[in-house]
Design a protein around this ligand. Structure first.
Ligand code: SF4
Ligand code: SF4
Length: 484
């Protein structure tokens, strides 16, 4: 990827809307910027550093080697040097040094230490909302410094002084009140699922069910709420239902836990992360399910895989053969391995497919019981359901995958310019594989990636409907037995 010419401060004006008191106070944050916020921000930063050894190590150990500088898609797409990961870290590191290191206290200029001023806060607000917390930079840092953690800490500090972001905080309030990011109430959800049943019956002649709040079902499926109506997400949900049907496994969705996403992670708020995840435990217990399966959502899978056990475990009430959590791709792949699903791959013969690895799945979780399962399993599902598949260039997939440009809580319209620019490296790799192999469709297993891509591909002169759910491909090809 070509390193751009520097355009200093070109993105300084790119920032999300500030959240209002009605979005902040229900989350336990001050309604607006508090009096004495400068000192309060420093105190909060001190608390976070003392609670997280990792954060302290990340702030102390950068040697300015430069290995991360050209690894961020936002830097590559915007040319703004403050979008280099090391520069982004330094926005917070400079304040940390000033207040929590000997050299910074006594020789601030010598070590680039800065006081917490309005100018610094404004920079934080702009540039920590130009980080999708994708962790790509950490893969290339010899010290494993994770800018995503620094970005989460900065956002947590800002929320603690009443300088939160509207998009994420408004959504968090909706989940607490209604159960999902979209604010879709139970009756609307039930209507949507009934509509899906009718559509699938019309298409296939088979009574595939999309059950809601069924007590005693074996599986609770928790999926991103975008799966209930957005394109191409809903094709994925249709596919999950067909897989459960074909496998003869009873399953249910839940009104109470109608959201797999957890924006608590994006704003670095463990209290909100916990409260949202807790809805899933409550629903599983209430419905008496034996397994929990997570639908196609990148950060939800990270939360489930990495945090659920400590956040909302133990899961001793579930079937011990299926330790929590399972990804829907693991579920489908297991059935494929057992020969329990039948596919007519020719149903996808109008497509030459490539696969976009989502950051939170690729770099922050695993899948299945093999190393790299999170890369192998979705591809094996695609290959089982499609005759034509080609990967993008190796340095742009797998662990080195480029972010879609809309992750980490920045999928909001006022940041569209940033989102388009940040998608540039992924779009470049996609265009290369289109030219070389005639790829026509790109599949993903993340609700945010799908939403971001469908919105921005037209800016790159590509069709919106080239974006697919992996389980949408499954849905097209699966052979259903009408007698089941
Ligand atoms: S975590 Fe991702 S978005 Fe953030 S600085 Fe690193 S590469 Fe850029
Ligand atoms: S790669 Fe790591 S050590 Fe090197 S400049 Fe970047 S953050 Fe610092």
């Amino acid at each position: 990827m070509k390193v751009p010419h520097l355009e200093p401060d070109s993105m300084v004006g790119s920032k999300p809307y500030v959240s209002k008191p009605e979005h902040n106070t229900p989350l336990g944050f001050p309604g607006e910027l508090v009096e004495g916020w400068e000192q309060k921000a420093v105190t909060k930063l001190g608390e976070l550093v003392s609670q997280s050894r990792a954060l302290q190590v990340f702030l102390d150990s950068c040697v300015k080697c430069g290995a991360c500088t050209d690894k961020c898609h936002y830097y590559l797409g915007t040319s703004d040097p403050k979008n280099m990961p090391v520069a982004r870290q330094d926005l917070l590191r400079s304040v940390y040094r000033r207040h929590f290191t000997f050299a910074g206290k006594f020789f601030p200029k010598l070590v680039g230490a800065r006081d917490m001023t309005k100018e610094v806060l404004d920079e934080w607000y702009s540039y920590f909302h130009q980080c999708s917390q994708c962790r790509r930079c950490s893969v290339y840092c010899p010290y494993g410094i994770d800018t995503a953690e620094i970005s989460m800490a900065a956002r947590e500090v800002m929320d603690s002084i009443g300088q939160g972001q509207k998009y994420t905080n408004e959504i968090l309030v909706k989940v607490h009140k209604i159960g999902n990011n979209l604010g879709l109430p139970g009756p609307a959800l039930a209507n949507t699922l009934e509509g899906l049943e009718e559509d699938v019956k019309e298409d296939t002649g088979v009574d595939v069910k999309y059950p809601l709040d069924v007590k005693g079902a074996e599986v609770l499926l928790v999926t991103p709420s975008a799966d209930f109506f957005a394109e191409p997400h809903v094709d994925g949900l249709i596919g999950y239902g067909k897989v459960f049907h074909a496998a003869g496994v009873s399953w249910t969705l839940s009104t109470h836990a109608s959201e797999a996403g957890n924006f608590g992670m994006f704003v670095g708020s463990s209290a909100n992360l916990h409260k949202i995840a807790m809805r899933i435990r409550e629903a599983a217990l209430d419905l008496g399910v034996k397994r929990i399966v997570v639908g196609e959502c990148g950060h939800a899978w990270r939360v489930a895989y990495s945090f659920w056990n400590t956040l909302i475990g133990p899961f001793d009430f579930l079937d011990p053969r299926y330790p929590v959590p399972q990804h829907i791709c693991e579920f489908t792949y297991d059935l494929i391995q057992k020969g329990a699903l039948k596919f007519d791959k020719s149903a996808n013969d109008d497509k030459v497919v490539t696969f976009h690895d989502s950051c939170n799945v690729a770099r922050a979780s695993r899948m299945g019981n093999m190393p790299g399962g999170q890369f192998v399993i979705p591809r094996e599902i695609i290959k089982a359901t499609c005759n034509h598949f080609h990967d993008m260039a190796p340095e742009t997939i797998g662990e080195g995958t480029f972010c879609c440009g809309g992750g980490g809580g920045i999928l909001t319209d006022e940041l569209i310019d940033l989102r388009i620019k940040g998608a540039m490296p992924r779009m470049q790799a996609l265009k290369d594989v289109i030219e070389e192999h005639g790829v026509t469709h790109m599949a993903a297993i993340c609700a945010i990636c799908k939403a971001q891509f469908t919105k921005i591909v037209p800016y790159y002169k590509l069709p919106m409907d080239m974006i697919q759910s992996v389980h949408g491909l499954v849905s097209n090809a699966i052979v259903l037995n009408a007698k089941q």
